[in-house]
Design a protein around this ligand. Structure first.
Ligand SMILES: [Fe+2]
Ligand SMILES: [Fe+2]
Length: 179
């Protein structure tokens, strides 16, 4: 499980890099393909918010119950998952407006996208540097076995980075391979 979380983080980092490049292009007044942003958001909504974060939440909850960790860490993680969900939805709405040709001030869009990338990166960073190392150190093989049994989505495959890319993400996958 922890490997799959690390792998997800690497994948998500790559996607955030793509978004961050879009921010730079927009700042230079260059044209960008908003459909790419839309596809990345769809992936984060369908995969990160639905499977990645719940898997982390399960592990974190277990960790908090059986090991000593400050409430501050616990609250921060669950708050951030909630916040990320909200800002993902807000950005998604804004991209939809752009795709529908509604007027969205460019500065506002840049601000939103940049904030989104920063927040996501900070969250990944916190997990990778602080939370996961602590969990790795203290959970035993039995703990992991018990967690595996509690996880209910074993059948789920990553629609973008998994073995079988879903139709919806084929063009995004192609673009990522070119980069
Ligand atoms: Fe997380
Ligand atoms: Fe994560």
């Amino acid at each position: 499980m922890i490997e799959s979380i690390h792998q997800d983080h690497k994948n998500i980092m790559g996607l955030l890099q793509v978004l961050s490049n879009k921010v730079n292009l927009l700042k230079e007044d260059k044209k960008i393909d908003y459909k790419v942003i839309k596809a990345i958001i769809m992936y984060l909504k369908k995969y990160a918010d639905k499977y990645h974060h719940p898997m982390e939440d399960l592990i974190y909850a277990y960790y908090l119950k059986y090991r000593v960790v400050s409430d501050q860490v616990a609250n921060r993680l669950s708050d951030e998952h909630q916040q990320l969900k909200v800002i993902t939805r807000e950005l998604d709405d804004m991209v939809d407006m752009v795709l529908l040709d509604a007027i969205v001030p460019k500065e506002l869009f840049i601000e939103k996208l940049e904030l989104f990338v920063t927040r996501q990166q900070q969250h990944l960073d916190y997990e990778e540097k602080k939370v996961l190392p602590a969990i790795k150190k203290s959970l035993t093989p039995d703990d992991w076995e018990s967690l595996r049994q509690q996880w209910k989505h074993h059948e789920y495959v990553d629609p973008l980075f998994g073995d079988k890319i879903s139709e919806e993400f084929k063009s995004l996958a192609k673009l990522l391979n070119q980069a």
